[in-house]
Design a protein around this ligand. Structure first.
Ligand SMILES: C[S@@+](CC[C@H](N)C(=O)[O-])C[C@H]1O[C@@H](n2cnc3c(N)ncnc32)[C@H](O)[C@@H]1O
Length: 384
């Protein structure tokens, strides 16, 4: 089977590495996606264990079209009965960038008609459409003349882990939080703290990683469970196998925030993720933090000015730089923000820079090596 794992822009490399570890073959990076091959067991495993995938699609067919009519004709040629029955409900989600279509919704209607007509001809009965809760979600991706038709095996996006009891004001997407942990190189072997933890997304994703907890553990639903040929025994075995490998974290993972409300939200989320004995959070202003132990990681997602005045935000980033320099020497720090222009106020040279997206919001992830003593804060090593 051929699969397409979708992800956020900038996480393609870490997702590809993760898929290889999970047992994928023919792994190829694309824009906001990674293509790979494998069997049904791998499909379940990636849905359950991937930290960086947003959804996993199963390729049904890909072809070229020269006209709108070709889309209907080619979609009718697909053996839909291999994927669904006339008694199931379905929906079609189109993603279209093509000169052949004026309205992006139109190709979705064409494929919907093709599926309905296929079953009417074959079984004398057409499956019903359900946009709210379909049994089968068909994705139609059209780029110019190239059409890819696939089935969404996740349906509810995989960043919806199921551990969020409290939302927070500007929470990071869970997939993005896991992705920046992977880009940073933190692997659970040394301590990690997030001194602006908000609702706790970074410490929780770090806790899941360090304890080898599959991110799908808290989810109640995966799209593939309604497919014909769904193997419940196989999925149960896989879950048991993954859960038998859960361990305690060997290192300290912590968070703090200036806001009491945020700390309470983080605590509620940590509790729901079953990590209350693994992650400690407290109320603290980053400017007052005590010097922290060396050889650890600091990951943070400071405010970026949607609610703060420009002067205040300049001062905040200035304070972050001063605190990192004076209280965090001997550690690696990573800052993710959509306020790229504020990073200059930190006043430290970056060791690495990555452009990422938090949903539609462009962000930069900047890494810093906080050397001790007289050694000067380091030079630009690489940027991407
Ligand atoms: C963008 S939010 C972080 C969101 C978080 N990553 C999440 O997923 O929920 C920024 C956080 O920085 C906190 N903050 C702002 N100034 C701070 C300071 N001086 N010290 C500590 N935390 C601060 C805010 O209270 C807010 O919760």
């Amino acid at each position: 089977m051929k699969f397409i794992a979708k992800t956020l822009f900038g996480l393609e490399r870490v997702l590809a590495e993760e898929l290889l570890i999970l047992g994928a073959s023919d792994v190829t990076q694309a824009n906001r996606a990674v293509l790979f091959s494998g069997n049904k067991e791998l499909l379940y495993r990636v849905n359950y264990c991937s930290r960086c995938a947003l959804s996993v699609l199963v390729l049904v067919s890909d072809f070229r079209i020269r006209s709108k009519d070709d889309l209907y004709t080619d979609a009718m040629r697909i053996d839909w009965s291999a994927f669904m029955s006339a008694d199931q409900t379905f929906s079609v989600v189109p993603v279209v960038n093509s000169e052949l279509f004026d309205h992006t919704g139109f190709p979705g209607l064409v494929v919907k008609d093709a599926v309905a007509d296929y079953f009417r001809k074959k079984a004398g009965k057409r499956p019903s459409v359900s946009t709210a809760d379909p049994d089968i979600q068909i994705n139609v991706h059209i780029s110019h003349e190239n059409v890819t038709i696939s089935l969404d095996s996740s349906v509810i996006p995989l960043f919806k882990r199921g551990y969020r009891a409290e939302q927070g004001e500007a929470p990071l997407n869970e997939v993005l939080a896991a992705g920046i942990l992977m880009i940073s190189g933190w692997d659970g072997a040394c301590s990690l703290t997030d001194p602006m933890c908000g609702s706790g997304t970074i410490p929780i994703e770090a806790g899941l990683l360090a304890c080898n907890i599959p991110p799908g553990k808290f989810r109640q639903f995966f799209g593939f469970s309604r497919w014909i040929g769904y193997d419940d025994e196989l999925f149960k075995r896989l879950k048991n196998d993954c859960e038998s490998q859960i361990r305690k974290s060997r290192v300290i993972i912590s968070g703090s925030d200036i806001s009491e409300t945020a700390v309470n939200q983080a605590r509620a989320n940590i509790e729901k993720a079953g990590l209350a004995d693994q992650i400690k959070v407290e109320i603290a202003d980053f400017k007052d933090i005590k010097p922290i132990e060396k050889n650890g990681y600091i990951l943070m997602n400071p405010p970026y000015g949607q609610r703060l005045k420009p002067d205040d935000i300049d001062q905040l980033y200035n304070m972050i730089g001063t605190s990192l320099k004076h209280n965090c020497a001997g550690n690696k720090a990573w800052i993710i923000t959509s306020g790229r222009e504020y990073l200059k106020n930190i006043g430290l040279k970056t060791s690495s820079k990555h452009t990422l997206y938090n949903g539609a919001l462009e962000c930069v992830l900047a890494g810093y090596e906080l050397y001790e003593g007289t050694r000067k804060i380091t030079h630009d090593l690489k940027s991407s």
